[in-house]
Design a protein around this ligand. Structure first.
Ligand SMILES: N[C@@H](CCC(=O)N[C@@H](CS)C(=O)NCC(=O)O)C(=O)O
Length: 263
C-alpha cells in the first residue's frame, strides 16, 4: 500500500543520500539524490534538520510527516479502511500506560543511548548511562512477570523499545559506550527482543549491515577511523522462551506465525 525507499547507510556532508546498494534503493518516487531535496520540494524555504523517516504523499506531492512516533500511529489506524483494521497497537484503554512508558523509554533509552554516545563530557555521559541502565533494569524486572511492557498485549510501547534493543549490542554497547551490560546479559529483554524480531514481517525490515555501517561509518566525531567492528555474533532467530508468560495479542490478531509466538 505504501512503497518504501531506503536511503544509503552512509550519511556524509550532504546528509542522507539515495544510492543503490545492498538493502538500499534509489528514490523511486521523486528520483532525488539527497533527502534534503525532498524536504525542499515540500517546503522550498526549509532550513531545519533533514531526518528519516519521511512519510511522503504521492497525490499531493508533499511531506505528510517526518516524526516517527506520529507516523507509527498513522500506520496503526489511518489505513484501517484498506489494511489490517483488527490490529491495534495503541488500544484506548491502555493509552495512559503506553504514554507513560513511552515517555520514560524515549528519554532514557531511545534518546538515552544518543545522549551517552554524543556526550562531550564525562559527567553528561555518566548521567545518561546511569539513567539508561536504571530503566533497562526496571524493564528487565517487569518482563519477568509479564510478556510485554504493558502486560499481555503487544503494543506500540514494545515496538518503540524494540528498535533500540535491536541495535544495542551491535552498536550502542561499543559505539556509544553503553557497556555496563549487554542485551544478551539481560535474559528477559533479550528474549523479548527475539520474540518481536520473530513476529512475521519484522525480520525483513531489519538490516544489521546497514545499521552498523551507518553508525560506525557516519559519525566521524565518535569513530574517526570509520572502522566497523566485525562482531558481535548475535542470533535474533534463536528460540525464545517468552511463550511461558501469558499473552493473547498475537493469537487474537492472527499474527502468530509459529507455536513460539503463542502462549
Ligand atoms: N524526531 C525524529 C528524529 C529522527 C532522527 O533524528 N533521525 C535520524 C536518524 S535515526 C536522522 O535522520 N538524522 C540525520 C541528522 O541528524 O542529520 C523521529 O524520531 O522521527
Amino acid at each position: 500500500m505504501v512503497s518504501v525507499s531506503v536511503v544509503h547507510w552512509h550519511m556524509g556532508t550532504n546528509g542522507w543520500e539515495f544510492r543503490a546498494g545492498p538493502g538500499c534503493t534509489t528514490d523511486t518516487v521523486n528520483g532525488a539524490r539527497y533527502l534534503h531535496e525532498i524536504y525542499a520540494k515540500a517546503r522550498p524555504d526549509y532550513s531545519g534538520r533533514v531526518t528519516v523517516p519521511v512519510l511522503w504523499d504521492k497525490a499531493r506531492g508533499t511531506i505528510v510527516n517526518n516524526e516517527s512516533s506520529e507516523i507509527i500511529r498513522m500506520f496503526n489506524a489511518g489505513f484501517d479502511a484498506w489494511g489490517e483494521a483488527a490490529l491495534d497497537f495503541y488500544p484506548e484503554a491502555l493509552r495512559p500506560e503506553i504514554d507513560a512508558l513511552n515517555e520514560r523509554v524515549y528519554a532514557t533509552v531511545n534518546n538515552g543511548v544518543y545522549r551517552a554516545g554524543f556526550a562531550t563530557g564525562q559527567r553528561a555521559y555518566e548521567e545518561a548511562v546511569e539513567a539508561l541502565f536504571e530503566t533497562l533494569d526496571m524493564l528487565e524486572d517487569r518482563l519477568t512477570r509479564q510478556r510485554y511492557l504493558v502486560g499481555e498485549v503487544l503494543t506500540e510501547a514494545d515496538w518503540r523499545l524494540f528498535t533500540t534493543l535491536l541495535r544495542f549490542d551491535p552498536v550502542y554497547v561499543g559505539h556509544f559506550k553503553c557497556n555496563k551490560r549487554r542485551l544478551v546479559d539481560m535474559p528477559n529483554l533479550w528474549g523479548f527482543t527475539r520474540e518481536l524480531y520473530q513476529v512475521p514481517g519484522v525480520a525483513e525490515t531489519v538490516n544489521l549491515h546497514h545499521i552498523k555501517q551507518h553508525y560506525y561509518g557516519s559519525h566521524e566525531s565518535v569513530n574517526p577511523s570509520g572502522i566497523v567492528p566485525a562482531g558481535p555474533e548475535i542470533d535474533f532467530t534463536a528460540a525464545h522462551d517468552r511463550a511461558r508468560l501469558p499473552a493473547d495479542a498475537l493469537a487474537t490478531v492472527g499474527l502468530s506465525g509459529g507455536s513460539d509466538l503463542r502462549p
